[in-house]
Each structure stands twice: as structure tokens, then as C-alpha cells.
Ligand binder design. Structure first.
Ligand code: PGA
Length: 254
């Protein structure tokens, strides 16, 4: 692997109250104190638990991410939240374009593009999710689907080597199903995405950009996934909800 530091990010979805968040982060801090952690660690709690996470994580290596944001900076958008609000609450990252947002909340490549731009304007590092459905994979359309999502999502977005930007490849059929992509299946798509990024942004930018894999990452498959050349970490749902499992993934055999 090029010298890209791994990122292990926990996407908690609609789980964990503030009190549960506090005790999770406290336990996580203790578990990673021994200095053997080989990666960046991020947790993405629901909006109302973000402050609890950032307060508990202060002074540690644990970073906090939002799970979504609106593309406008402010305004009459009931139920939405802005990049500046996430920043103020202590977030460094924000997940954008998760397949659950696409599937249940009408997210499109165009709104993903707007949200990515809003995140960058606010100084947040986006974790831009994309991935094909089972049907698309079975029809042999995986590469054209992820390419379309990548190009449309990143339209008019300039990246430099120093720009913080993270991509997460999450095959929809692997999310929450226990059916993980094999390391080879994931690597194939990651390498393809990196080649597309080389075309769009040049090698120096593409080679420093982290591409995470998401979809049923567990303590017992993390090491084989992370050993792949173009897999630079994990976006972990279910297995990030228990400290023991998440730490097992963070340390993946170390
Ligand atoms: P999972 O979820 O690890 O539970 O499959 C991953 C995600 O949705 O980011």
C-alpha cells in the first residue's frame, strides 16, 4: 500500500443516545490508550449525540463525523442541518451520499454533489459514499454505476494533494447483510475508482486519497480487506456499535 494512513470510521446510523455515546467513547478511549492503533478513528453518531461524542473525545485521536448535512448554509429547511452547525458541534468529517440516504430519502447524484461542496465550504472532510446494488452487479454494471456516481458526485469539485476528501465504496448488497465483498471484489472496484481519480485529478492527488470499504466489515474480515493495495480503511455500521468489535476492527490482528 502507498503510505496512506488507514481510517476506521463507525457509522452509527440511528443508534445511541447521548448517554450511550458518552459511555461508548469513554470505553473506546481506554481501549486505544496503549498506543498500538495504526489508523485514524472516526465515529459518526446521530446529530443529537454529536456534542456528547466531541466532549468525550476531546484531547484524543478520536474524530467525530456527521451522517449528513444540507447543501445550503442556512435557511427555511425544516429538519435539516448545516455544515457550519456540524463544525461548531465539533465534527471534522461528514458522511455524504450513503445508500440509505439514496434509497429512503431521495438522495441523488446531484444532491450529493451539492452536499459535498457545502461540506468543503464549511471546512468538513466529506466521506463520499457510493456503490452498486445487487441487481446492478448481476447485470455486470458495477463499474459503469460507480463511475457515474463518482463523476456526477464530484462534478466541479477541485482537489489538491492537501484537500481532505475521503471516498467510501459500499456495495449496497453488502450493507447490513453479513455478506461482505471478498477482498478481491472490493480491491477491483477500489483500483478502478483510483484510476478514475488519476484521470480526473492526476496521480499525486489520487494516490493520497483514502478509499474506504464498507459493507459488513467485522473483526474477522478486517485484516484481509485492509491488506488490499487500494483499500485504505473501513466504514463500519453494525460492528461499530460495540466497543469490542470496533476495537477488533481498528486493531485488525495487531
Ligand atoms: P454495515 O454498514 O457495516 O452494518 O454493513 C456499513 C454502512 O452502512 O456504512
Amino acid at each position: 500500500m502507498a503510505d496512506r494512513k488507514l481510517i476506521m470510521a463507525g457509522n452509527w446510523k440511528m443508534h445511541k443516545t447521548s448517554a450511550e455515546t458518552r459511555s461508548f467513547v469513554r470505553e473506546l478511549k481506554t481501549a486505544i490508550q496503549d498506543g498500538t492503533v495504526p489508523c485514524e478513528i472516526i465515529v459518526a453518531p446521530p446529530f443529537t449525540s454529536i456534542s456528547a461524542a466531541t466532549e468525550e473525545a476531546r484531547g484524543t485521536a478520536i474524530r467525530v463525523s456527521g451522517q449528513n448535512l444540507h447543501w445550503e448554509d442556512k435557511g427555511a429547511f425544516t429538519g435539516e442541518i448545516s455544515g457550519e452547525m456540524l463544525r461548531e458541534a465539533g465534527c471534522s468529517h461528514v458522511i455524504i451520499g450513503h445508500s440509505e440516504r439514496r434509497q429512503y430519502f431521495g438522495e441523488t447524484d446531484e444532491t450529493v454533489n451539492l452536499r459535498l461542496k457545502a461540506a468543503m465550504r464549511a471546512g468538513l472532510i466529506p466521506i463520499f459514499c457510493l456503490g452498486e446494488t445487487l441487481e446492478e452487479r448481476e447485470q455486470g454494471r458495477t463499474f459503469s454505476i460507480v463511475k457515474g456516481q463518482l463523476l456526477k458526485g464530484m462534478r466541479d469539485i477541485a482537489l489538491e494533494e492537501s484537500t481532505g476528501f475521503v471516498i467510501a465504496y459500499e456495495p449496497v448488497w453488502a450493507i447490513g447483510t453479513g455478506q461482505t465483498a471478498t477482498p478481491e471484489q472490493a480491491q477491483e472496484v477500489h483500483a478502478f475508482l483510483r484510476e478514475e481519480l488519476v484521470t480526473g485529478y492526476g496521480s499525486p492527488v489520487a494516490n493520497q486519497l483514502r478509499i474506504l470499504y464498507g459493507g459488513s466489515v467485522k473483526p474477522d474480515n478486517a485484516a484481509s480487506l485492509m491488506s488490499q493495495k487500494d483499500i485504505d480503511g473501513g466504514l463500519v455500521g453494525g460492528a461499530s456499535l460495540k466497543v469490542g468489535d470496533f476495537v477488533g476492527i481498528i486493531k485488525h490482528g495487531i
